[in-house]
Design a protein around this ligand. Structure first.
Ligand SMILES: O=C(O)C[C@@H](Cc1ccccc1)[C@H](O)SCc1ccccc1
Ligand SMILES: [Zn+2]
Length: 172
């Protein structure tokens, strides 16, 4: 299990570096990310959230089937890019494992086309919509040092930053 870094940790504002080669270390990192993500629990995780500034995301939008079974759908995105997005927007009440117990509505393009490399080095292009679109945009933002609170009003953002800075001081 790896520790998830929490606001106001400055590392969350880093721009993560592209992955040149899928090595055994990258595979190990992806495994650690899945373990940490499932334990949180979360449906997405960016490597920077466990203090690894690499363009790597894990996701599992486990689909519940008719008899309530959840079939896990673990997915790894290496160097993901949004290469197209819809005019149509959707609103989702987002949370973030690095900003615990804080939820706010965020508006994002409803559909995006994403290009990424998988652990076998194969390049994919996929259309995402619904929670998949929201999650992949939230995670790719993490790779660029962007957090969902950046989309809120200055008033709300300043409030949440103050809250987490105070908590960090108390923890010292
Ligand atoms: O911090 C993260 O990146 C994990 C996020 C991913 C996420 C945020 C907003 C909307 C969708 C995904 C979440 O904490 S994972 C927890 C979760 C679970 C179910 C639905 C939404 C979020
Ligand atoms: Zn997040």
């Amino acid at each position: 299990l790896r520790e998830i870094i929490i606001l106001p940790d400055k590392q969350l504002r880093l721009v993560s570096k592209p992955i040149e080669k899928v090595t055994a270390e990258i595979r190990k990192l992806a495994d650690d990310m899945f373990e940490t993500m499932y334990d949180a629990p979360g449906i997405g995780l960016a490597a920077i959230q466990i203090a690894q500034p690499l363009r790597l995301i894990t996701m599992d939008l486990a689909k519940r089937d008719e008899n309530g079974e959840t079939n896990p759908l673990p997915r790894v995105f290496i160097n993901p890019e949004i290469i197209g997005s819809s005019e149509e927007l959707s609103v989702y009440e987002e949370g973030c494992l690095s900003i615990p117990e804080y939820y706010e509505e965020v508006e994002r393009p409803a559909k995006v086309r994403v290009r990424f490399t998988d652990l076998d080095g194969k390049v994919h292009e996929e259309d995402a919509e619904g929670l998949y679109a929201t999650c992949i945009q939230h995670e790719i933002d993490h790779l660029n040092g962007v957090l969902f609170v950046d989309y809120l009003s200055k008033l709300k953002r300043d409030r949440v930053m103050k809250k987490f800075e105070k908590a960090a001081k108390r923890a010292e």
